[in-house]
Design a binder for this molecule. Structure first.
Ligand code: ATP
Ligand code: MG
Length: 298
C-alpha cells in the first residue's frame, strides 16, 4: 500500500500518474477527503470521470477497489452482508447425529464463518487489506438504503445484530457518485465532502485526449475538442461527456482521419451522440458549420 499524498499537488500528481487529469478544485476535494478521512460525494454530468476517480485512487494507492453499484431495490443482503442459510442448515443437519457437535454448533452458527461478505462489509473488514470503496450512482438506490449507509459513513462500522459491530482498522477511502436522477438525502451529504464534476474546458479536454487516446493525431484531437465543446452549448437532449469525446476521437483516428471533415463527422456521430433526435438536429448544415469552426479555431 502506498502512503496517502501529503498535499493537493501530490494528489494531483497521483491522479496524473494514473492518466487522470483533475483541475485544482477537484484535486483539492480528493486530497481533503483522504486527509480528513471523509467520504467524497461527487455529482456531475455523465461521463465526466466520477467513477474513474475511485478506480485511479485504488490503482495509484495500491488499494483494493470495492465497488457497490446501486440500483432500485438494493438491500442490506446485497450491499453489506447476508447469513449463509444453506450452510447453516447443512451444519445443523450434520450436528443432529452428534451431541458434542450440537453444543459447539449453537455457539458458532452466527459466527463469521457463516456470514457472506458483500461490498460494504468487505470495505471495512479489518481482516482484509485497506480499500477504496466506490458507492456508484447512489441516486439509483432507494431512500431506506441511504439510512443504512449513515452508520457506515459516520463511523466506518457495520453492526450485525447477531454478531456485533465490525469496524475498519484502516478507514477506507469512500467515493460516492450520483447522476442526480433524484436528490440524495441531506444526512448523507452532511457526512461527505461535496464536489460537482463539470465538463473540462478545452485545454484540459485536449490534455485528457492526449493521455487517454494517445494514438489520435494532435490536430484532429484539437478539432474534435472544439467541436464537442460547441455541441455542449447547443440545446440537445444528452450532451456528450469526456468518455464520448475519447470514443469519437478514437473512431475518427481508426478511420485514418487526420482532420475533421463533414462526411466523416456525419458517419461517426453515433460515437458522440446517443439519441436519434440529437443526431438529426446536427445533420446537414449544423455539422458543416461546426466542423468549419472547429477547424478554424484549432
Ligand atoms: N479528468 C479526466 N481525466 C482522464 N480521463 C477522464 C477524465 N474524465 C473522464 N475521463 C474518461 O472518461 C471515461 C468516463 O468516465 P466515468 O465513467 O468515470 O464517468 P462518470 O462521470 O462516472 O459517468 P457516468 O455518470 O455516466 O457514470 C473514463 O473512463 C476516462 O477515460
Ligand atoms: Mg459513473
Amino acid at each position: 500500500m502506498v502512503e496517502l499524498p501529503q498535499s493537493v499537488a501530490d494528489t494531483e500528481a497521483l491522479l496524473r500518474g494514473q492518466n487522470y487529469l483533475a483541475d485544482r478544485a477537484l484535486a483539492t476535494s480528493v486530497h481533503l477527503a483522504m486527509a480528513m478521512g471523509r467520504p467524497l460525494f461527487l455529482e456531475g454530468e455523465p461521463g465526466t470521470g466520477k467513477t474513474e476517480i475511485a478506480k485511479v485512487l485504488a490503482a495509484g494507492l495500491d488499494r483494493r477497489l470495492v465497488r457497490l453499484q446501486c440500483y432500485d431495490g438494493l438491500d442490506l443482503a446485497a450491499a453489506a452482508y447476508e447469513w449463509d442459510h444453506a450452510r447453516q442448515l447443512m451444519a445443523i443437519r450434520l450436528a443432529e447425529t452428534d451431541g458434542a457437535a450440537r453444543q459447539s454448533l449453537a455457539a458458532g452458527l452466527y459466527g463469521r464463518d457463516y456470514l457472506l461478505t458483500r461490498p460494504l462489509l468487505s470495505a471495512i473488514d479489518p481482516a482484509l487489506p485497506p480499500a477504496v470503496l466506490l458507492i456508484d450512482e447512489l441516486d439509483r438506490a432507494d431512500e431506506p438504503f441511504e439510512a443504512f449507509l449513515l452508520e457506515l459513513l459516520a463511523d466506518f462500522q457495520i453492526t450485525v445484530p447477531e454478531l456485533g459491530t465490525i469496524r475498519a482498522a484502516i478507514k477506507p477511502i469512500v467515493v460516492i457518485t450520483s447522476n442526480r436522477t433524484r436528490e440524495v438525502h441531506d444526512a448523507i451529504r452532511r457526512r461527505c465532502l461535496y464536489h460537482w464534476v463539470g465538463y473540462p474546458d478545452a485545454p484540459r479536454e485536449r490534455a485528457i485526449l492526449a493521455v487517454r487516446a494517445p494514438g489520435v493525431p494532435a490536430k484532429l484531437s484539437a478539432q474534435v475538442v472544439n467541436f464537442v465543446q460547441q455541441v455542449r452549448k447547443m440545446d440537445i437532449f444528452k450532451q456528450p461527456g469526456v468518455a464520448e469525446t475519447i470514443d469519437w476521437a478514437s473512431c475518427l483516428a481508426a478511420l485514418d482521419a487526420h482532420e475533421l471533415a463533414p462526411g466523416a463527422v456525419e458517419d461517426t456521430l453515433g460515437a458522440l451522440l446517443k439519441y436519434q433526435d440529437d443526431i438529426e438536429k446536427l445533420q446537414g448544415e449544423p455539422i458543416e458549420k461546426l466542423t468549419a469552426e472547429a477547424i478554424s479555431a484549432a
